[in-house]
Design a protein around this ligand. Structure first.
Ligand code: CTP
Ligand code: MG
Length: 378
């Protein structure tokens, strides 16, 4: 069964005063935040972005095949219908407000689980303020313990949504009201206070304050390779060729420096290690230069919402002289990681003739990486 997520970003932002989904939040517009969270969720098969007619062509070019672009309507209900028709009727569809940038993987997973159990489900929060209903004949105080404030995602079997859209002539402000019109009682799952909706400029200020507090993590990597007797092997350190020097031995190109750097990055994100992602038994990686591993690891981190802050590498070798090529190595690594060269440092030391490295039997490398996410990470 296919699981779809639709991000609704076709609103006019009247209470905000302009198209709030296009406002910049950290390094990305508001709509991009939840889109990235859904794209990196392991259970979501296809993400649909519902946008306006004017913005659709540019977004199609920007996002390519990664995201399905649909054109929304004048009301939220019409925008939600535009997503529903794109989904397979046998699947399930989660609808999410683009104006809620900080939705978490946990809330998405909870909603999916409940939709699979129950047919329809949505995230909501208990109400902490006392709510009063003001009518022509006075004020009624509502029982707070029976109230919840709805968030998104709101999810349902696609087939129920199709039926509801076809049957109804009423207008509903959320998808759960729509499925309720079909007699389906949605399950309410726990939302998250951070999954708030940007409605007014004050909400954007709150979101920006939140983005200003990134979470940082560090990782360490270590590798060692012995020198090889094979005259046909070539010495690569940090993706840079060192001619006129014996090469290192190993399954791959034995680029000890890049292996340590890749492990530091994966380690910082808690995403395993180089051997796990690029096993030397997998033919896909056979003969690949280690720069491919580094690039791939950077992609894995990016998909998980991490940004590289810096990488510091120390090579321990009696020879060759690393420092004369340090800038070339830093540039090669920075290009592979798509970061500025100032974020990559390469240092070298001898082992003062101590131990195996000191006897010139091989080269070892330590690397540390620091990564950050703009929000406390899932
Ligand atoms: N939305 C949509 N299509 C509409 C109306 C709303 O896709 N016709 C989207 C908005 O872009 C937003 C989400 O639904 O991400 C929640 O709606 P809301 O917060 O009400 O946004 P707007 O309708 O844009 O704001 P306002 O009601 O203040 O005009
Ligand atoms: Mg609205």
């Amino acid at each position: 069964m296919k699981i779809y997520a639709a991000i609704l970003a076709a609103g006019r932002g009247e209470r905000f005063g302009s198209d709030k989904t296009e406002a910049m939040l950290g390094d990305r517009p508001v709509w991009r935040w939840s889109l990235d969270t859904y794209l990196s969720h392991p259970l979501i098969d296809r993400v649909i972005l519902v946008t306006t007619e004017e913005k659709a062509p540019a977004l199609s070019r920007e996002l390519g095949n990664e995201v399905l672009i649909a054109v929304g309507g004048a009301t939220r209900q019409e925008s939600s219908r535009a997503a529903t028709v794109e989904a397979d009727p046998d699947g399930i569809l989660l609808i999410h407000d683009a104006a809620r940038p900080f939705v978490t993987h946990e809330v998405i997973t909870r909603t999916i689980d409940a939709v699979l159990r129950n047919g329809a489900a949505a995230a909501a929060m208990p109400v902490s303020d006392t709510i009063k209903e003001i009518g022509p004949n006075g004020i009624k105080t509502l029982d707070r313990t029976k109230l919840v404030a709805m968030q998104t995602p709101q999810g349902s079997k696609v087939e129920i949504l199709i039926r509801a859209h076809e049957a109804t002539t009423d207008s509903f402000t959320d998808e759960m009201a729509l499925v309720e019109s079909q007699g389906v009682i949605p399950e309410i799952v726990e939302g998250d206070p951070i999954n708030f909706k940007i409605t007014t400029p004050e909400d954007l200020a709150r979101a920006r304050a939140h983005v200003g507090c990134p979470e940082t993590r560090v990782g360490i990597g270590y590798d060692i390779h012995p020198f090889s007797n094979d005259p046909d092997r070539k010495l690569f350190l940090g993706g840079v060729y060192f001619p006129d020097h014996s090469a290192l031995d190993g399954h791959s190109d034995a680029d000890v420096l890049l292996h340590a750097a890749t492990d530091a990055l994966l380690g910082a994100a808690g995403l395993g290690d180089i051997g796990q992602h690029f096993p030397n038994t997998d033919r896909r990686w056979k003969g690949e230069p280690s720069l491919t591993f580094l690039r791939h690891a950077a992609g894995i981190l990016q998909a998980a919402g991490w940004r590289i802050v810096n990488l510091d590498i120390t090579v321990i070798a009696e020879s060759p002289k690393i420092m004369k090529k340090a800038l070339e190595i830093r540039t090669t690594i920075a290009d592979a990681l798509k970061v500025d060269v100032t974020r990559v440092s390469v240092k070298a030391t001898t082992n003062e003739k101590l131990g195996s490295i000191g006897r010139g039997e091989g080269i070892s490398t330590f690397a540390t990486a620091s990564i950050s996410s703009f929000v406390p990470h899932a």
